[in-house]
Design a binder for this molecule. Structure first.
Ligand code: NAP
Length: 307
């Protein structure tokens, strides 16, 4: 029986691992389908404190992993297929390899996945002009036109953020009504750098090595046209990676795991949560790392209280 298992190796999971290892709790960390998490898929990270020259996302996560391993965390390259959570533990994990593991405390740090349009051209041009994170990649698009896709608060926020860099920002939405809050929509509307195209869907991201344009179809008239731009920022929302825990942990309507007050406690005793799978608001590497620290402290204290 393991003392503590952490599912996920993004900033939340690895920070939890560093803290648990330094507390002599011998954490086992399950790497999952995308070892290092979503950050490994971005380029330079300029807003993680301590790296004024920026740091490559993959390198940041490798450094976090080394730090966790240095203190004794064990990284297991397995993917969790099934969990059986029990009030107060032990919790049972079954991996896709068929192996089974039990633990007293469990920290869930499975992250979330951005929604994509699902176009072949979008996939091909990811990191070459197509991004799902303006905070991460916006600064690479100085003095060029960019487009933001979506009609929620994230789309407004990303569009406003991008006005700092881009020559113009065009927000493209599939209908006329916006899901965004009035205050965010008004703020975007009153920014003269932001233009709106509504009732339009993306048929294709046009470009060879980099983005040149978006092929749009007006859903009312059927008219197809190319909109020239160099950057495309998808703000279609995120889905938390919490399907594994469905029916066993309390979540909100969108599947984000609920915590008790300001703690990282979930609805099952001995199960803690950190990072984007419980956060539909901030979704930053540094906030994920912060809750990873919180989850480790909560789990360590909880384990100590059971001794
Ligand atoms: P969201 O509210 O779910 O909005 C997603 C947007 O993407 C919607 O406008 C949706 O269009 C569009 N969309 C989804 N799939 C699409 C597709 N396949 N093709 C075209 N458009 C598509 O997600 P979010 O904006 O990330 O916000 C998530 C939560 O975080 C919200 O509760 C929001 O209030 C909160 N948030 C708050 C702030 C803030 O207050 N500063 C900032 C960011 C986020 P439809 O509307 O047509 O469905």
């Amino acid at each position: 029986m393991e003392e503590v298992v952490i599912i996920g190796t993004g900033p939340a999971g690895l920070t939890a691992a560093i803290y648990m290892a330094r507390a002599n709790c011998n954490p086992v960390v399950i790497a999952g389908q995308l070892p290092g998490g979503l950050l490994t898929q971005t380029t330079d990270i300029e807003n993680f404190p301590g790296f004024p020259e920026a740091i490559n996302g993959f390198e940041l996560m490798m450094r976090c992993q080394q730090q966790a391993e240095k203190f004794g965390a064990k990284i297991l390259y397995e993917v969790v297929d099934k969990v059986e959570l029990k009030e107060g533990g032990p919790h049972k994990l079954t991996f896709t390899s068929g192996e089974i593991m039990e633990c007293k405390a469990l920290i869930i740090a499975t992250g979330s996945s951005p929604r994509w349009l699902g176009l072949e051209s979008e996939d091909r041009l990811k990191n070459h002009g197509v991004s799902a994170c303006a905070t991460c990649d916006g600064a690479f698009f100085r003095d060029v036109p960019v487009a933001v896709i979506g009609g929620g608060d994230s789309a407004m926020e990303e569009a406003l953020f991008l006005t700092k860099f881009a020559s113009s920002v065009t927000l493209i939405h599939r209908r006329e009504e916006f899901r965004a809050s009035k205050i965010m929509l008004d703020r975007a509307r009153s920014n003269e750098k932001i233009k709106f195209i509504v009732n339009s869907v993306i048929k294709e991201v046009v470009g060879g090595q980099e983005v040149d344009a978006l092929r749009l179809e007006n859903v009312k008239t059927g008219e197809v046209s190319d909109f020239p731009c160099k950057g495309v920022f998808l703000a279609l929302g995120h889905d938390p990676n919490t399907t594994l825990f469905k029916g066993q942990l309390e979540t909100d309507q969108k599947g984000f795991i609920k915590t008790t007050g300001r703690t990282t406690y979930t609805s099952v005793e001995g199960v803690f949560v950190a990072g984007d799978c419980a956060d539909n608001v901030y979704r930053q590497a540094v906030t994920a790392a912060g809750t990873g620290c919180g989850a480790a402290i909560d789990a360590e204290r909880w384990l100590a209280s059971k001794e």
